[in-house]
Design a protein around this ligand. Structure first.
Ligand SMILES: [Zn+2]
Ligand SMILES: [Zn+2]
Length: 343
């Protein structure tokens, strides 16, 4: 089968190559991949800024059909439309596993970085990771379950959003627009901030019903947040751009005793005024990937269209056009890019 492989460590070293079709062993299922999302993590792996075990097939945002069922697996049938959680293995024994924080497992192996992922015709995963796709969710949308589950973990598990909160989301990419939608569903007033080149993304944010959008090239964000909050600042800020200037701005916009949650991966060191955390008594958090419960909520929010996925998908390309897809991603000219397998 054709697969997009990180062939060895170092910058680049990614190519479409022939790989053996995997088989479902005991407790596993084989998915025929129908769609796989391109994620910042894949780009970070390209640049060797995210831990990986080459040679490894990229891709962890998978949807597809069950085509083979391993020994001992019950409750799943051939032909079911599914998505899969991205952990191939957690140990169940470490401190974090024993405390319900499998996402922090010291021995966690995830598909697309440590073990073969879904940028291929087939991928093998543990059967326990499978979630059925609702009938009204197509495969391309289904590939967005993983990013939405990660967003739900960061926004609803790690952060406390209360109805009426003023929530600022910096960075109107796919993750930012999912974050803003979840915040709105939690009862917040959601404000999405972007820069000049984000004009199309901010338009999509408006279509999705976020309360306010700010183009930093043209509008004064401080003035807006002050007018909405009586001069206090934002109750909650989510940094989804993963760039230094945005980190700084989020720390500036959050109110005293407010919450700051980092969602965007920066991939390098950034400098910011950490004293602000003291002066303002800001609670700073991060969310690492997702926990199983976030997947259940993600699929329910998608099924009921409380979180809209379709407007976020700007490109569907065959995996053979991965170079073009990576470039579109880096230029930030689109929104979500979803790849489809090739023979
Ligand atoms: Zn991802
Ligand atoms: Zn563990």
């Amino acid at each position: 089968m054709k697969a997009l492989v990180k062939t060895k460590s170092g910058v680049g070293n990614v190519e479409l190559r022939e790989m053996p079709k995997p088989k479902a062993k005991e407790g596993q299922v084989l998915i025929e991949v129908k769609a796989v999302g391109l994620c910042g993590t894949d780009i970070h792996i390209f640049y060797d800024e995210f831990a990986n075990n080459p040679p490894v097939i990229l891709g962890h945002e998978v949807s597809g059909v069950i085509v083979e069922i391993g020994k001992g697996v019950t409750g799943i049938e051939l032909g079911e439309r599914v998505t899969t959680e991205s952990y191939f293995k957690t140990c169940g024994l470490c401190y974090y596993c024993r405390n319900g924080k499998e996402n922090l497992c010291l021995n966690r192996l995830s598909i697309g970085s440590r073990v073969n992922g879904g940028m291929a015709k087939y991928v093998v995963v543990p059967a326990k990771n499978i979630h059925r796709l609702p009938n009204n969710i197509n495969y391309v949308e289904g590939a967005m379950t993983e990013p939405l589950a990660c967003v739900i973990h960061s926004t609803l598990d790690m952060t406390k959003i209360s109805p009426g909160d003023i929530v600022v989301v910096c960075g109107p990419g796919p993750i930012g627009l999912l974050t803003a939608q979840v915040a709105k569903q939690a009862g917040a007033v959601a404000i999405v901030i972007g820069v000049k080149r984000d004009i199309d993304r901010l338009r999509v944010a408006k279509e999705l019903g976020v309360n306010h959008t700010v183009n930093l090239g043209e509008e004064d964000v401080i003035e807006l947040i002050n007018s909405l909050s009586g001069g206090r600042g934002a109750d909650v800020v989510f940094e989804c751009a993963g760039v230094e200037a945005s980190v700084e701005m989020c720390l500036r916009l959050v109110r005293r005793a407010g919450q700051y949650t980092q969602i965007g991966l920066v991939g390098q060191k950034v400098s910011f005024d950490i004293d602000q955390v003291i002066h303002k008594e800001v609670t700073v958090r991060g969310g690492n990937a997702s926990v199983p419960g976030a997947w259940v909520r993600a699929l329910k929010l998608m099924e009921t269209e409380k979180v809209k996925i379709k407007p976020l998908i700007s490109h569907v390309l065959p995996i053979s056009e991965w170079g073009k897809a990576f470039n579109i991603f880096k230029e930030k000219s689109g929104l979500k890019i979803v790849l489809t397998p090739v023979d």
